[in-house]
Design a protein around this ligand. Structure first.
Ligand code: AGP
Length: 611
């Protein structure tokens, strides 16, 4: 969702800002804009639609200057149009503000400003900030911003320029990420590392409740009361190439193919073959505390929720602790009972998903302990949790999450192993699973090698308007994630069901036009799964069976429309990791055959930072 970029130094600001915004396009946006300061004047350009429109506008009406801020907006208050696009200015045009987050008391502040005779031109909450800063009579820009923020309730990452203070950008953070980038006699700021890494890898993260002043020679950080707080810049270990799609036609394709290395990374140094367990230092829980856990509750949104279901099943199976997953977006609205001996696990790629963050805050407010399975280091959710497991999947740009999800599953496997081994999981089973985990990266590569076969199948599935994805027990969340991925990028109606539930209703929909993708691992449920396939095939339903070569499907009626994909076998508990990868390839190729923009599916954003 919304993105912030700022620059201050010897170079022309506008091209650098637009390039930074281009790097944030993947987050999703519907308008964009820049404000550049020169000779005591703020020049603003804003455009609805693609960033290329803003770039085009800037060639026709250029803005010169060495200090500027820019924004990509995802509409929350008011429609996507150029008036609501950021930056917003005060009535005199002295102040320009870009803002991520939501000002909860914006309506009240707008009413007050209107009573005072201020003419608000947009529908946004952000404009309020520009007026509050512009009307402040404080002496310094820092004081003006601090004074304005004292009146505001809500979340923000923001950057401010002021015509009277041309040597600085003032930024502030509360619940929305902001990263300062230190260059050579120049400073950058962005809401996402992706916009910075081409210019600098020396960065400082602001904490919630902090402000900073950037000048060409450095930065100073403050608390809200403007007492200074020391915050040093550090080197981030990130390869700028990680943010390029390279020879791939999309980031999703690149990120799917990166899964073997990403999987190896999340496991590295965490497996203990000798004791058949895992080492998870970041969890910060000793054996006694792990044993005291009576229940596990996983919280995440979208695909992170579905992987959470896979994780909960693994925990229940290996550790024999009641475990369940719930959509974080629903959790806090039902006044949840938070128990002291429950371990809460928040799962998120971005670490920014606001529904998940608010669920974590609700649990902590009620005294619960939350650990995070998060990919983005230092993100809001990672900081809010009491400890956790970083996923080390590397930057994920495509809206459709792939490598981060696989690593979430592996993170859960590591957690389940440890919880199991302090209970009744035998050392032999522990070692069996450690060996299985060690095999997984190579087996993921084997699944990825099946791409041509899956591409062909996907082309046929894409012709259907409606599909079922089915599985049982540990296969059901795999089916849910498969359906999610399919609808997300192919825009086909894909519905996940427990295989066992088909006959209780949805079987009525099955005919030659409705394919079923069925997850049938070789496990204790194979026979029941196969029986259900016969019921589908008997009604003419085309089948794609994601299975193992050892599974006998019997004589299915209508063999011509049955396609099996035999995957490598791991341990039955870990097979979901491989099946998910096969379903990713199906979705990707279905979307590709339909000619969709795979990395930017319609209506969706990479990081969902609004409730
Ligand atoms: C995944 O393909 C989706 N784009 C989406 O469901 C995503 O998993 C969800 O929004 C949660 O995101 P997070 O992992 O960054 O919290």
């Amino acid at each position: 969702m919304c993105g912030i970029v700022g620059y201050l130094g010897a170079r022309e600001a506008a091209p650098l800002i637009v390039e930074g915004l281009r790097r944030l396009e993947y987050r999703g946006y519907d308008s964009s804009g820049v404000a550049v300061l020169k000779d005591g004047q703020i020049q603003v350009r804003r455009e609805v639609g693609k960033l290329s429109g803003l770039a085009q506008m800037l060639t026709q009406e250029p803005v010169a200057g060495h200090v500027g801020i820019g924004h990509t907006r995802w509409a929350t208050h008011g429609p996507a149009n150029d008036v609501n696009a950021h930056p917003h200015t005060d009535s005199k045009g002295d102040v320009a503000v870009v803002h991520n987050g939501i000002i909860d008391n914006a309506a009240r502040l707008r009413a007050r400003l209107t009573e005072d005779g201020v003419d608000l031109v947009s529908d946004t909450d952000t404009e309020v900030l520009a007026h509050l800063i512009g009307r402040s009579e404080a002496d310094t820009l820092e004081e003006k911003v601090s004074e304005a923020l004292a009146q505001v309730e809500g979340t923000y990452g923001l950057a401010v320029v002021h015509a009277a203070y041309p040597d600085r950008i003032v930024v502030a953070r509360n619940g929305s990420p902001l990263i300062i980038g230190v260059g050579d006699h120049e400073m950058h700021v962005a809401s996402d590392l992706a916009a910075l890494v081409r210019y600098t890898t020396t960065v400082a993260h602001l904490d919630d409740g902090e402000l900073a002043t950037l000048t060409a020679d450095g930065f100073t950080t403050y608390r809200h009361d403007l007492s200074t707080v020391a915050r040093a810049a550090t080197e981030v270990d990130v390869d700028p190439a990680a943010y390029d799609a390279g020879e791939h036609d999309s980031y999703m394709h690149k990120e799917m193919l990166e899964q073997p290395e990403a999987a190896a990374r999340v496991l590295r140094g965490r497996l203990d073959q000798r004791f058949g367990t895992s080492h998870l230092g970041g969890l910060d829980l000793d054996a006694r505390e792990l044993r005291a856990i009576r229940r596990v509750k996983v919280l995440g949104c979208g695909s992170a929720y579905y992987v959470g279901e896979m994780g909960a099943a693994l925990i229940e199976e290996l550790a024999r602790i009641p475990a369940s997953a719930e959509a974080a977006s629903e959790f806090r609205y039902r006044n949840p009972i938070v128990e002291p001996d429950t371990l809460y696990v928040a799962v998120s790629q971005s670490g920014e998903t606001v529904d998940t963050l608010l669920a974590v805050q609700e649990i902590k407010r009620k005294g619960g302990r939350v650990v995070g399975l998060v990919n983005v280091v230092g993100s809001a959710i990672a900081r809010e949790c009491d400890g956790g497991i970083y996923l080390h999947a590397g930057p994920e740009v495509a809206v459709a999450s792939t490598k981060a999800l696989t690593n979430m599953f592996l993170g859960f496997a590591l957690l389940a192993l440890q919880l199991g081994r302090v209970r009744d999981l035998s050392i032999a089973d522990g070692r069996r699973l450690v060996a299985g985990l060690q095999r997984l990266p190579d087996q993921i590569a084997e699944v990825l090698d099946r791409e041509p076969e899956l591409a062909e199948l996907a082309g046929r599935l894409a012709e259907a308007q409606s599909l079922f994805f089915v599985g049982r027990v540990r296969g059901y969340p795999v089916a849910r994630e498969g359906a999610q991925k399919f609808k997300e990028i192919s825009y086909r109606h894909a519905e996940a069901y427990q295989t066992s539930e088909l006959k209780h209703g949805p079987l009525a929909l099955i005919d030659e036009s409705v394919p079923t993708v069925s997850v049938v691992p070789d496990d204790e449920l194979t026979e029941r799964n196969v029986a259900a396939l016969h019921e589908v095939a008997a009604r003419g339903g085309p089948l794609v069976v994601v299975t193992h070569a050892t599974v006998d499907l019997g004589d299915l009626p209508g063999q011509a429309s049955v396609h099996r994909v035999d995957l490598p076998r791991n341990e039955r508990e870990l097979d979901p990791a491989l099946m998910v990868v096969a379903l990713q390839l199906l979705s990707y190729h279905a979307a590709k055959s339909l000619g969709h923009d795979i990395d930017k599916p319609r209506n969706l954003a990479k990081s969902v930072t609004v409730e």
